[in-house]
Design a protein around this ligand. Sequence first.
Ligand SMILES: Cc1cc2nc3c(=O)[nH]c(=O)nc-3n(C[C@H](O)[C@H](O)[C@H](O)COP(=O)(O)OP(=O)(O)OC[C@H]3O[C@@H](n4cnc5c(N)ncnc54)[C@H](O)[C@@H]3O)c2cc1C
Length: 358
Amino acid sequence: MRHTADIIIVGAGLAGACAAFTLSRDHQVHVLEANEPASGASGAAAGLVNPFMGRRARPVWRLREALDAVPTILKHADAAGLFPDTGVLRPAVEPDQVEPFQEAADAHPDLATWLSPGAVQKRYPAVRPDRGALYIPHGGAVDVGAMVQALLDAAEARGATVETQAPVLYWRETPNAAVAEVDRGDDTEELRADRVLLALGQGFPPFPELRRLGLSGVKGQTVRVRQPKNLTGTLPPLSGRGYVVPDGDTLVLGSNYNHDFDDLAPDPDATAYIQEKTSKMISNLDEAHVLDETAGVRVKHVDTNEPLLGPLPRRDRLWTFTALGSKGLLTAPHLALHLPTYLHDPTKIPDPVSLHDE
Ligand SMILES: Cc1cc2nc3c(=O)[nH]c(=O)nc-3n(C[C@H](O)[C@H](O)[C@H](O)COP(=O)(O)OP(=O)(O)OC[C@H]3O[C@@H](n4cnc5c(N)ncnc54)[C@H](O)[C@@H]3O)c2cc1C
């Protein structure tokens, strides 16, 4: 059995990559990824950083810290350019959204501004609904795959090891070590560390210890289309009925929520549904040429809908970092920035995210 690191991180999605980066500053980190980095939900995400979520624009947990965390972690990893300064526009698609959106702007004037219908039409003529919109200047969108890779590269520059095509089959703890068993093709290998951090995302179902945490998967997909030719003016990332994220001369559209699925393949019906719903924000998206579709599974906690971070029940050395749900960009970077402190003193893990022993 090889002792390879202080901390083995299983999974190189958003959670694993953020953790690898922040922990590698003071620890020897070894990442084991079953496929390639960002091959789970992180590779399907549109990358919207929108802290006022849902129909009623409710602020996310720890609003300000969550919003600051993306630019902060990217800056520390010398990858600030991945998060351009665009803001996010939330058109009020339904009449009953106007009031809660205006209230969000009133309650957080430095983080959100209400734009009248006239102001929206002047600034963003391509945006369809004419009820006004919430503008969130510090939000935006990031290419999640590129972010994961940048964080892993920065972790490697600090001495971390990142292994791909290295599925973990099993884990256990002894009084002195945490052990991960890796599939090496014809054989398996046990690697030993002080701790193992399980950031498996949608890879949780084969493992009863993770299933028992009350996790549930919701499949969704994004659709990349060619930008319609008649689109006028610049467009920030939009979140209204679904979302639209501009990327060069393409737009990434999302998403759908499927609780009952048998496979991970993109679904043509879901593509049609996403194009139809986003065309309520930008005309003709239902006819836009589809370039690509990517599906993934968001993992959420059935009761709290908040992430989980900390030692598994009745374990000291086996930790998990999961259940990022639909808002991984607002939870993973923020929690990862505090992870070195939590690792040193697990009592500091905030209540909504910590795993309590039953
Ligand atoms: C369609 C869609 C759109 C989304 N849009 C947004 C958005 O706009 N903004 C936002 O904030 N969030 C969004 N999300 C949510 C976001 O993608 C997730 O919260 C986040 O990416 C989850 O990251 P993760 O690291 O927990 O999981 P994952 O990305 O699933 O990563 C887990 C990794 O672990 C690896 N793995 C699994 N099992 C093993 C094993 N046994 N051994 C080794 N490695 C293993 C996998 O290969 C994978 O790479 C979206 C999600 C979906 C599906």
